[in-house]
Ligand binder design. Structure first.
Ligand SMILES: Nc1ncnc2c1ncn2[C@@H]1O[C@H](COP(=O)(O)OP(=O)(O)OP(=O)(O)O)[C@@H](O)[C@H]1O
Length: 771
């Protein structure tokens, strides 16, 4: 339906062609109410007949003036964008359509669906209207980002009020989140997800009104001064399927990330369904689906669990399991993933699916939130032609559900499925936007391959460059985007831990190896040491550190695409680190327990060692220390995993981190210079071995033992026995003095190192944020 916009004292009011709009004094049920005693109760009418708009004076007392002249009453007068219409002290102007579409801002008003004056009356009569997702509300917005009971509009003491009912995604008035019950004026616009409500006009879905995307003069310059995108403007209508093409490195992914907020433009502004991406990022991010080039799912989980955890992490907390089940079934059906009803895809592990199915599961994850725009970065690249056909057919079907799809592709055959094409030439120049079948002819060539070849030459690209039209636009790219916390940090932690545990438990082979590690290494320690000595403690320390580092080193780098996508959505960095740490600690505990049990039993009951009194003392103390060292090691591993971008690099660096733990522990060789001592402060190897020795020292009674085959009396403790073998681990070193001279102090030293590693992990993860 075509629309016209009239501005009343600057406030827009949208109406449909063919609709009669009444103008009158406030309180008398007119469509446009003016708060002015000079305005009659029924003052005039505005009506649009096709492209022409007329105004009629209903024999009002004080008349209607056009450009200073009073119009005769009872006679429709045609008005244009240039006319200034005065009614009482208010000024009305017909809005230029050109201006509204170029500026790309949302019209703040509503179609009204013929209910314009009734809305206020309804609130007055009912005293309050509740808005929410469930059918028992007075106004139902059936969308996962709307809470069950989201907000309430009420009428008290002749004033209209709006109040948020503790919703997950909040209620906004004129773009500002409301925290308390707030007065609602006629001109105010309440937004809840992509729905808007105004007193004058009632409720409407913003997605029906405006382009899915309006990009106004956006440009991207990377911090290294590389130009990612030359200034360009774009309008993408809703429910369209758009291909984004261009030669390698021309800026397709850059454009995609500017449009979806993953890495925003450095100039210009993007509007999603009329809402500024920057100002409304926290809302918009929940209604955008984005599947980057890499899959955003874990191979170890089943399809159902993948979707279940994604739903738990992304949908509002008040979404019931039944609603989640329904959504999972719907997205599976929407993507044609339920064809094999017999076997059922839900129980299959993602790792056992084909590339095409995996891509669809990544998309299914995104569809759970019913995104209004779906961004896909080269989804068809790894697929064979037959799979592409069924894949794109199911993707295209989504547009009939009001989803707009923007897909980066290199494949000319993909154009058979899309409505529009955006083509970028080298160095980020926009050279074509329009219908798919007009692409080749617009370049006066015969094939798409030729378009690629032409647009790889900068001189040809410059001739075709479509400069942006951004008249009157103010650059607001500096406006700050604040990330919102997830609804509940505890729930996020709970679901992340639960998912991570599931991933670990489902990877049976790896789990078996993790548990085999302490048994094999612990067994070897018992085998090679026929007497309990400091070397055993040293190896316990190094094993603990090694377990921690190796368990965690691949854990972040291996799921970087999942991390990035979830971070963009609402992942909290501290919660993410804690979830990793919690599960890794559990593994570390089991490993430590197994290791210590073997060593303890061996040296206590294996008489071959010849020591009655010297064995691993303090079973639980040793287990606790080994566990503590192992989870400290896992922080080192997580730090490597978060700061390096490939698993290969991480594995290369692991020995560089591990060797100093061995060399600087004071066991292989004496700590005999200040420099070595200072360096040893930064190793867990040093504090761990020393801690173990002190633990033994404190836990052992003065003892008697067999050394070098002779029974000797010891006035001191087992620690001295150990030191008879190796005096290297001493505190005779220069700097240590009395500061860390004790078991407690060893623990404090490790805690200090842990804090340092934690900060390094946080910093490395934070650095991955583009906004
Ligand atoms: N984070 C970044 N920092 C600096 N330069 C970047 C960054 N990301 C991309 N670029 C540069 O911006 C240009 C556009 O890159 P982009 O990845 O958007 O191209 P593309 O068209 O998607 O490439 P491809 O088809 O190969 O995926 C390239 O020259 C690239 O090197």
């Amino acid at each position: 339906m075509k629309k016209q916009v009239i501005r009343i004292d600057g406030e827009p009011f949208v109406f449909e062609i063919g609709e009669k709009i009444t103008i009158g004094r406030i309180g008398y049920g007119a469509n446009i109410e003016i708060n002015d005693q000079k305005v009659s109760r029924q003052h005039g009418i505005i009506e649009a007949v096709e492209e022409k708009v007329f105004i009629l004076d209903l024999e009002s007392s004080n008349g209607i003036f056009i450009n200073g002249e009073r119009v005769p009453s009872g006679k429709p007068i045609q008005i244009s964008e240039k006319d200034i219409i005065k009614i009482g002290s208010s000024e009305l102007r017909l809005q230029s359509k050109k201006a509204s579409s170029e500026k790309g801002t949302i019209s703040k008003s509503f179609s009204g669906h013929g209910e314009i004056s009734k809305f206020k009356e309804t609130i007055k009569q009912k005293k309050e209207l509740q808005i929410g997702r469930l059918p028992n509300n007075d106004i139902v917005f059936n969308d996962p980002t709307v809470s069950r009971a989201h907000a309430r509009i009420s009428y008290e003491n002749n004033i209209f009020w709006i109040e948020d009912l503790g919703s997950v995604n909040h209620t906004y008035v004129n773009g500002n989140k409301i925290k308390t019950k707030t007065k609602l004026r006629d001109s105010d616009v309440v937004t809840i997800s992509f729905y808007a409500i105004g007193l004058r006009e009632g409720a409407k879905d913003l997605r029906e009104e405006s382009n899915a995307i309006n990009a106004v003069a956006i440009q991207k310059i990377y911090p290294n001064h590389k130009i990612g995108l030359q200034s360009l403007s774009l309008e993408i209508p809703h429910s369209s399927f758009v291909a984004l093409m261009g030669p390698s490195g021309c800026g397709k992914s850059t454009l995609l990330k500017c449009l979806n907020g993953d890495n925003p433009a450095t100039a210009g502004e993007v509007f999603i369904h009329g809402l500024s991406l920057r100002e409304n990022f926290n809302l918009i991010k929940k209604k955008i689906g984005y599947v980057p080039q890499d899959d955003i799912i874990h191979k170890e989980l089943t399809v159902y669990k993948t979707l279940f955890y994604a739903a738990k992490l992304r949908l509002p907390d008040d979404t019931s399991n039944e609603e989640i089940d329904n959504r999972i079934n719907k997205v599976i059906a929407d993507l044609n993933l339920d064809q094999d009803k017999e076997k059922g895809i839900k129980s299959i592990k993602v790792g056992n699916l084909s590339g095409g199915q995996r891509k669809r599961i990544s998309i299914a994850v995104e569809l759970l939130t019913e995104p209004t725009i779906l961004f896909l970065d080269e989804p068809t690249s790894p697929l064979d032609p037959e799979t592409i056909e069924s894949f794109l057919t199911s993707i295209k079907k989504l547009t009939s559900n009001r989803t707009t799809i923007i897909m980066v592709t290199h494949k000319p055959e993909d154009l058979n499925y899309v409505d529009q094409v955006i083509f970028l030439g080298v160095q980020g120049h926009l050279v074509y936007k329009g219908l798919a079948n007009g692409l080749v002819s617009s370049f006066e060539v015969d094939t798409i391959v030729e378009v690629y070849s032409e647009m790889s030459h900068i001189d040809k690209v410059k001739n075709k460059y479509i400069k942006p039209n951004a008249l009157g636009y103010q650059n607001r790219a500096d406006a700050e985007i604040k990330r919102e916390k997830p609804d509940s940090l505890w729930l996020q932690l709970f679901w992340l831990i639960s998912r991570y545990l599931n991933i670990k438990l489902n990877d049976r082979e790896n789990l078996f190896l993790l548990l085999a590690q302490p048994l094999i290494i612990g067994g070897l320690v018992c085998l090679v040491f026929n007497q309990f000595r400091v070397g055993v403690l040293f190896l316990m320390t190094i094993s603990a550190i090694w377990f921690g580092v190796s368990n965690s080193a691949k854990e972040i780098v291996g799921e970087l695409s999942v991390y990035r996508r979830e971070r963009m959505f609402n992942l909290n960095i501290n919660i993410y680190i804690l979830s990793k740490w919690a599960v890794l600690s559990l593994i570390a505990f089991v490993q430590s327990l197994l290791f210590v049990t073997i060593v303890y039993l061996n040296f206590k009951y294996n008489t071959y060692t010849g020591f009655d009194e010297v064995y691993l003392r303090s079973f639980w103390g040793s287990t606790a220390l080994m566990f503590f060292l192992s989870f400290s090691g896992s922080l080192i591993g997580l730090w490597l995993s978060s700061s390096l971008n490939t698993t290969e690099k991480v594995m290369t660096v692991v020995p560089i981190i591990l060797m100093p733990q061995i060399m600087l522990a004071g066991v292989m060789t004496k700590i005999n210079t200040t420099l070595v001592e200072v360096l040893s402060f930064f190793t867990l190897g040093r504090w761990g071995t020393e801690g173990f020795s002190r633990l033994q020292d404190e836990a052992s009674p003065d003892s008697k033992g067999v050394i070098f085959g002779q029974v000797q009396e010891f006035s001191a403790s087992a620690m001295d026995v150990l030191n008879l073998y190796d005096k290297n681990l001493t505190n005779e070193g220069t700097l240590i003095g009395g500061v860390f001279n004790g078991f407690d102090q060893n623990i404090i030293a490790i805690l200090i190192l842990n804090s340092l590693f934690y900060m390094l992990i946080y910093y490395a993860l934070k650095k991955k944020d583009s906004i």
